[in-house]
Design a protein around this ligand. Structure first.
Ligand code: FAD
Length: 582
């Protein structure tokens, strides 16, 4: 088996044990888990792997300290256990980050309660350092005096500041690449993963009033071709869209989704780029955002706004909310952030467990939160729905969850399949908790020596040191593919628009990583689309390299360039407002 993602659509004619709908982190982890246990597995993603909520996160593999305020201790404990498992399985794509929770005289919860929460968080992560190399070890939290805190985070408002609690969580450096690594692991285990294919409805028939699912009807969005994919059981892992997928059954399933919009902004670095800690900036209003130093800038968010629609856009109000919150925690010496400081935004929809088991009318696609809209305090737990209870056999849906807990959810999901629809199907053992993600040089090892030697060989191949360091991180052991391409054609070491990406990555994206659109390449294979606004020249250059590999003639290439320019402009146009308003 190969880890190569090459969109093997002809293989969808096979009979599968499991078909997974959705290529976010949940679906990808289910596919990895199922295929690794020897199940014949297919995953169908309507857009690109990770293009939904999974690429719009705050970038933390974390326990979720603030869920302690909701007494969600079980979710926090599970997440802390998973934080360790994910970090050890991909040391090159994570970094332990110190978080600061500043305490002002007016803080709510009050300082002693914040301290108690931090201590409980630490206690719940009792196994955090088991088998961890020094670089991934997490120390106990500590209290920083006001002066020590201001030295580390000079942009904080000193007025009423008492000091701050310092604790650690794990930065998911490039969630798109870690998700891809799991997709590659699934492919290496034999799963068939196809992006740009939409599941339209279920294949099946009625038996004594029940609907027996036998697979799915799907449309290949690249060719328009309709397909039928047959499987013993289907797992609906469509995240915030699970109810839409279930809606095609035409009967109530009792499953709904509460949706919450989450926005981040990427800005100039607060504190001038010297701050290394992430800051939990809680304003007097009670709102908070996390300010993370990331790729030389500040990544700030998220918002948490209940919504009815499933495909929202970023509005000026979202950006205002983030800027107001962070500005109100800043010292007068730091210039307040304005709209002009925002380079780009991200947006995702949290799929949250609906509070009550309302029977969803299949014709009603709206989903108003039951309590009038407090998604901030809604639990981040996950739920597995077995639709047999409502007369639909061979179908499961996965609701809620977090990026951090997706692997555990997948393990539980495949255990359920083994206990129900797939009893008697032979499976092999799979040590999911200590299986490294594709590209990992060694499980639970210190990444630094590997990254240093990979970067040296990439520099020898012709990359700049900035690009070499980035490529080593993004690709892990696959950095050799980039080195080989550059050795054959030194021009492919050319950097793209100052992001650190090089042209050889475009080739790997298309040939080995199933990128089929310019957005796939720019936003989820390279870092270009996530670190800054993307200049038109870069889009043109990428299209020029990708076109022959994707079979695009000049007309098609120009059309794709235009479409990508328009798409990016539209994303910005929803929130970018005149400097006068800012
Ligand atoms: C702003 C924000 C910040 C977050 N920060 C964190 C964080 O720091 N750490 C953390 O652990 N969690 C975080 N989360 C939560 C986490 O991102 C989500 O729980 C997780 O990504 C959900 O993954 P998923 O695979 O279930 O959904 P998605 O990633 O949305 O994947 C579902 C996929 O299904 C596909 N799909 C839908 N319909 C169909 C169809 N008909 N056919 C085929 N495919 C279909 C979609 O295209 C999509 O790719 C955050 C969430 C948000 C919104």
């Amino acid at each position: 088996m190969t880890a190569r993602l090459d969109r093997p659509i002809a293989r969808l004619a096979d009979d599968f044990d499991v078909v997974v709908i959705g290529g976010g982190i949940t679906g990808v982890c289910v596919a990895r888990e199922a295929a690794s246990r020897g199940l014949r597995t297919a995953l169908l993603e309507r857009d690109d792997f990770g293009s939904g909520t999974s690429s719009a996160t705050t970038k933390y593999i974390h326990g979720g300290i603030r869920y302690l305020e909701q007494y969600d201790v079980a979710v926090v404990r599970e997440s802390l256990r998973e934080r360790r498992i994910l970090a050890l399985g991909a040391p090159h794509l994570v970094e332990q980050t110190q978080f600061i929770m500043p305490a002002w005289r007016w803080s709510k919860p009050p300082t002693p309660l914040l301290g108690a929460g931090v201590l409980l968080y630490d206690a719940l992560s009792f196994d955090r350092n088991v088998a961890a190399p020094d670089s991934l070890r997490i120390p106990h939290p500590k209290w920083l005096s006001k002066s020590a805190l201001l030295k580390r985070v000079p942009w904080l408002d000193a007025d009423g500041l008492q000091g701050g609690f310092a604790y650690h969580d794990t930065l998911n450096l490039h969630p798109e690449r870690l998700l891809l690594a799991y997709a590659q692991s699934a492919a290496a285990a034999g799963a068939v993963l196809i992006n740009h294919i939409t599941v339209d409805s279920f294949v099946g028939h009625d038996v004594a009033g029940d609907f027996l699912v036998e697979g799915v009807h799907a449309t290949d969005r690249l060719t328009g071709r309709s397909l039928e994919v047959r499987a013993r059981v289907v797992v609906n892992a469509a995240g915030p869209w699970i109810d839409k997928v279930l809606g095609t059954l035409g009967r109530p399933t009792g499953v709904g989704v509460d949706r919450s919009k989450g926005v981040h902004v990427l800005t100039r670095p607060l504190g001038g780029g010297v701050v290394r800690d992430a800051v939990f900036a809680r304003a007097q209003s009670g709102r908070h955002v996390i300010v993370s130093p990331w790729m030389g800038k500040s990544f700030i968010g998220p918002t948490d706004t209940p919504i009815n629609e499933s495909d929202p856009v970023v509005t000026p109000d979202d950006v205002d909310l983030i800027l107001d919150t962070v500005n109100s925690t800043m010292s007068a010496a730091e210039a307040p952030l304005t709209f002009d400081d925002v380079e780009l935004t991200t947006i995702g929809v949290r799929p949250l467990i609906k509070h009550t088991d309302t029977t969803v009318d299949p014709t009603d696609m709206s989903n108003t939160p039951d309590d009038g809209g407090d998604t901030y305090s809604a639990s981040r737990r996950h739920e597995l729905y077995h639709h047999v209870d409502r007369g639909v056999r061979n179908l499961w849906s996965i609701g809620g969850g977090k990026w951090t807990t997706a692997r555990a959810t997948a393990e539980e999901m495949v255990d359920e399949l083994a206990a129900h629809e797939l009893t008697g199907v032979p499976m092999r053992g799979f040590d999911t908790r200590s299986a490294a993600a594709h590209g990992t040089f060694a499980w639970a090892d210190d990444a630094e020596p590997f990254l240093a030697s990979a970067a040296t060989s990439l520099v020898e191949a012709g990359l700049s040191s900035q690009s070499a360091e980035l490529v080593a991180r993004l690709y892990g052991t696959d950095h050799r593919k980039i080195a080989e391409l550059v050795s054959d054609d030194p021009d492919l070491a050319r950097p793209i628009a100052g992001s650190g990406d090089v042209e050889a990555q475009v080739i790997v994206a298309v040939v080995d990583e199933a990128a089929r659109t310019l957005a796939d390449i720019i936003d989820r294979r390279l870092v270009l689309g996530t670190v800054s606004r993307v200049p038109e020249t870069a889009i043109r250059r990428i299209a020029h390299i990708a076109a022959p590999l994707l079979g695009w003639d000049d007309t098609r290439r120009d059309h794709e360039i235009r479409a990508e320019l328009d798409r990016r402009a539209a994303l910005d146009s929803h929130w970018r407002i005149s400097p006068a308003r800012a």
